[in-house]
Design a binder for this molecule. Structure first.
Ligand SMILES: O=C(O)CCC(=O)C(=O)O
Ligand SMILES: [Mn+2]
Length: 206
């Protein structure tokens, strides 16, 4: 049984992070503060945000954040019991995708955006293991705005401590290899955080 009072292992620095049984790469400052600020403000206004209903403990509730799915026309993505038809790419999304693809030498056909309006918005424990993503998906996560804690918990080895990365403005986090098979992740609520954060996770569906 995991000791709930055990402190998380803080992962930091630049490059490959020491996550056992997984493959995480962190690139702080992937976008400069200036470019990140511009993208944050352009995206906040341009994205068609929705607040989907999700089923939690058998009850329908509004998800504790806003979200939107953009991508190629045939990138239909089913998650949280919802069928998400893609909205069409627009210039700022294409600009970010181009930078990410150039850096990685990989291409992505969809992006899930999440807006955490304050520290009261959050994302619960889950793995990005939907079947359309394939067995060992590469997910490229760009963070803009307020820094938030990103937690990882092993799916089976409960004696492994929770691991934590602080996702900063303009950063890129890659989750790849067996990370989704072996770990769940979450973005917990944070007291003392009033500012919004925007996250983009680039994914490959087809
Ligand atoms: O906001 C984040 O950093 C994570 C988002 C996430 O896990 C997801 O969209 O599946
Ligand atoms: Mn996720």
């Amino acid at each position: 049984m995991r000791n709930r009072r055990q402190k998380p292992v803080i992962l930091g620095g630049h490059g490959r992070l020491a996550l056992p049984d997984g493959d995480l790469v962190y690139v702080p400052g992937f976008f400069s503060v200036r470019v990140g600020d511009r993208l944050f403000s352009d995206l906040s206004g341009a994205v068609r945000w929705t607040q989907p209903r999700i089923t939690l403990f058998g009850k329908q509730v509004r998800s504790p954040r806003l979200a939107a799915w953009y991508g190629d026309r045939d990138s239909v993505y089913r998650y949280s019991g919802l069928v998400n038809q893609p909205l069409p790419w627009f210039p700022e999304l294409l600009e970010i995708r181009r930078r990410v693809q150039q850096h990685m030498g990989l291409s992505f056909d969809g992006v899930l955006l999440n807006l955490y309006r304050t520290g009261q918005d959050s994302m619960g424990w889950h793995s990005d293991d939907e079947k359309e993503l394939g067995e060992n998906p590469v997910i490229a996560s760009v963070s803009l705005g307020a820094p938030r804690r990103f937690l990882l918990r092993h799916r089976r080895c409960s004696d492994l401590p929770v691991h934590e990365v602080n996702l900063e403005h303009g950063s890129l986090l890659l989750m790849q290899g067996t990370t989704q098979q072996n770990w769940r992740h979450s973005v917990p609520r944070m007291r003392n955080q009033d500012s919004p954060r925007l996250n983009l996770t680039f994914r490959r569906i087809n």
